[in-house]
Design a protein around this ligand. Structure first.
Ligand code: ADP
Ligand code: MG
Length: 502
C-alpha cells in the first residue's frame, strides 16, 4: 500500500449542501497510546511532570543511541486494526520524516510512511437514526514531538521535551464526511473505540486524542476542492465550530472569486475563527526515507491471534449480540453500547429483571434524562442496575404504575435513602412503594365501588359515551384515577368502565 492515496470519493446524493456547496471532510487523528514507556525508549510517558525531566537520550536521538520498538505500542495498534476490521500488515516500515521545529531538536520524526501497520478498516456509527460508515485509509505508529510553551507573561517561549517519543497512532480517514455534524459523530465514535479497547485514555484536554480536520468545498458533481487542514482540535464543541467557520470562510472566498490555497490552519476558540498557520507542505518536503536504525516491524498471524484472544468484546459485536439475545433494535443496541460501563449496566439490569426491552427503555429514557441533566455518565447513576431491575419488576407485575415507578426513582435519585444492611434491592424498592403509598389498587371490590360512584355522579359523561363519544370515557377514567389517588390501574379502570357501560 502506497502512501499518496488519491482519496476515493463517495457519491453522496444525500449530502446536505451549504449555500449550494458540498462540504468534504477527512480526518487525521493522533491517538496517544496508553503505554507506560515511550515508543522507542524506556522513559516514562506520564503526563504533568516537571518540564524536561522525562526525555531520555534515545528520545532526543543523541549520538550513540538506538531506538527499540515498544511491543506494547505495536499490540495496541493491532488491537485498533482488529476493532475496525482493518488489515494488519505482516511487515511494515518505520520512516524518518525530516523537518525542523524547535520542539523537534533531532530534526526528524520517526513515523510510518509507505507501509503502515494498519491498512483500511471502517468506523460505523449512528447520526440521529441514520447509520453512517467512514472508511479508514490507514493507521500508523509514530512518535510525538516535544511541546512549545508560550510564557506570555515573560514574553518567552520554552521547550518541554517530556512528550518527545510518546507513542501515537495516527488514524487517517477517506474524505467521507459531508458536514460538521457527521465529522463530530465520527470523532466521537473513534474516541469510543480507542477508549473501549483501552489503547488510549481519551483525555482530550491533555492532548491524548487530537483531531485534524481536512476541509474542502465544491459544487455538487464538480471537481474536488482544495483542502485546508484545521490542526489539533481537542474538544468536540470546538471541532464543530471550527469546521462550520472554515466552510463559511471557504465559500465566501470562492464566491468572491478567490482560489483556496492549501494550508494548515488553527482554530481560535476566543474569536471562533480559523487562521492560516503555514502553507501546507507536500510529502516530498519531508524527504521521507526508511529509518536505518529500525528493522521492519514484523507481525505474525500467531501474534495477531493472541492479541485477538485477549481483547474484550467490541462495541459493534456487543451491539449485535444485544440485538440477537435481547431482541433490541439496532438503534437501541447502539445507544446502549456507547460505553462499556453503560453496556454492563444494561446487561445487569436486563438479566436481573428478565425484561430487556423495559430495562432498555428505562435506561435510555428516565435514567439518561436524569444523567444528562447532571451532565454525568452512567458510573454516576444514583441507582444501581439491580435496584432499577427490582423497580422494573414491580411495574410489570402490576404492583405500581409507570408514573408511580418514576416517583420511586425520584426518591432513590434525590433523597438519601438509608439502606439497612440486610435489605435486598427488592425489599428496598418495596419499602419505598409502601412508604409512599404508591401501590396500585388490586382490590377489585374497592375499585368497583369507586367506578360505580363515579358513574352515578357523571350522568352527562355516561350519556355522551353511550351516544358514541369515545372521549367522554377519558373524563370518567380521569375522575376514577383521582378518586383512587392514582393507585388504580388505568387499564383495569378502562376495562371495568367499558363492561359496566356496555
Ligand atoms: P497529507 O499526507 O498531506 O496529510 P493525505 O492524502 O494523507 O494528505 O490526506 C490527509 C487527509 O485529508 C485524509 O483524511 C484525506 O481523506 C483528506 N483529504 C484529502 N483530500 C481532501 C479534500 N479535497 N477535501 C477534504 N479532505 C481531503
Ligand atoms: Mg497527514
Amino acid at each position: 500500500m502506497s502512501v499518496s492515496t488519491t482519496p476515493t470519493l463517495l457519491d453522496r446524493p444525500d449530502a446536505p449542501l451549504v449555500g449550494g456547496y458540498e462540504v468534504i471532510i477527512g480526518f487525521e487523528t493522533h491517538s496517544q497510546l496508553s503505554t507506560r514507556s515511550k515508543i522507542f525508549s524506556r522513559a516514562s510517558t506520564a503526563f504533568g511532570a516537571e518540564p524536561n525531566t522525562q526525555a531520555c537520550a534515545v528520545d532526543l536521538a543523541l549520538p550513540g543511541t538506538l531506538p527499540v520498538m515498544n511491543k506494547g505500542a505495536v499490540e495496541r495498534a493491532i488491537e485498533f486494526g482488529l476493532a475496525v476490521g482493518a488489515h494488519i500488515a505482516p511487515r511494515s516500515i518505520f520512516a524518518r520524516k525530516n523537518y525542523f521545529y524547535p520542539d523537534l531538536p533531532k530534526g526528524y520524526q520517526i513515523s510510518q510512511f509507505e507501509i503502515p501497520v494498519v491498512q483500511g478498516g471502517v468506523v460505523e456509527f449512528f447520526l440521529g437514526d441514520r447509520k453512517m460508515a467512514v472508511r479508514l485509509v490507514r493507521a500508523h505508529l509514530e512518535e510525538d514531538a516535544g511541546k512549545s510553551l508560550h510564557e506570555d507573561f515573560i514574553g518567552q517561549t520554552g521547550i518541554d521535551l517530556n512528550r518527545a517519543g510518546t507513542p501515537l497512532l495516527e488514524i487517517v480517514t477517506e474524505p467521507d464526511m459531508r458536514s460538521s455534524a457527521e465529522a463530530v459523530a465520527y470523532a466521537k465514535e473513534l474516541h469510543k473505540i480507542v477508549t473501549w479497547i483501552g489503547i488510549c485514555d481519551g483525555n482530550m484536554q491533555e492532548g491524548s486524542f487530537r483531531c485534524d480536520a481536512n476541509v474542502s468545498v465544491r459544487k455538487p458533481g464538480g471537481p474536488l476542492g482544495t483542502r485546508r487542514e484545521i490542526k489539533n482540535l481537542n474538544s468536540f464543541k470546538f471541532m464543530q465550530q471550527a469546521i462550520d467557520y472554515e466552510v463559511r470562510w471557504q465559500i465566501e472566498q470562492l464566491e468572491d472569486g478567490h482560489a483556496i490555497q492549501q494550508a494548515t490552519v488553527l482554530f481560535n476558540p476566543d474569536t471562533g475563527e480559523t487562521r492560516a498557520m503555514r502553507t501546507k507542505e507536500d510529502a516530498a518536503d519531508y524527504r521521507y526515507f526508511p529509518d536505518p536504525d529500525l528493522p521492519p516491524l514484523v507481525i505474525s498471524e500467531d501474534w495477531i491471534a493472541k492479541v485477538r484472544g485477549e481483547m474484550a468484546e467490541l462495541p459493534r459485536v456487543m451491539a449485535q449480540r444485544f440485538m440477537n439475545d435481547y431482541a433490541l433494535s439496532e438503534y437501541d443496541a447502539t445507544q446502549l453500547t456507547q460505553s462499556l460501563a453503560l453496556a454492563a449496566y444494561f446487561e445487569a439490569a436486563a438479566k436481573a429483571c428478565g425484561n430487556a426491552k423495559l430495562a432498555s427503555n428505562w435506561i435510555m429514557g428516565e435514567i439518561s434524562r436524569r444523567l444528562n441533566a447532571e451532565n454525568s455518565e452512567i458510573s454516576a447513576s444514583h441507582i444501581s442496575a439491580t435496584a432499577l431491575a427490582a423497580l422494573i419488576v414491580r411495574v410489570y407485575d402490576g404492583t405500581i404504575s409507570n408514573n408511580a415507578a418514576k416517583q420511586v426513582l425520584d426518591v432513590l435519585w434525590n433523597d438519601k435513602v438509608v439502606i439497612e444492611p440486610s435489605a435486598t434491592d427488592q425489599t428496598l424498592i418495596d419499602a419505598i412503594i409502601e412508604a409512599k403509598g404508591l401501590k396500585q389498587m388490586n382490590d377489585t371490590g374497592a375499585l368497583e365501588k369507586i367506578v360505580d360512584e363515579v358513574i352515578a355522579a357523571n350522568a352527562k359523561n355516561v350519556a355522551e359515551f353511550k351516544a358514541g363519544n369515545e372521549k367522554a370515557l377519558n373524563g370518567l377514567v380521569g375522575q376514577i384515577m383521582k378518586a383512587s389517588k392514582g393507585k388504580a390501574n388505568p387499564q383495569q379502570v378502562n376495562d371495568l368502565l367499558r363492561s359496566k357501560l356496555a
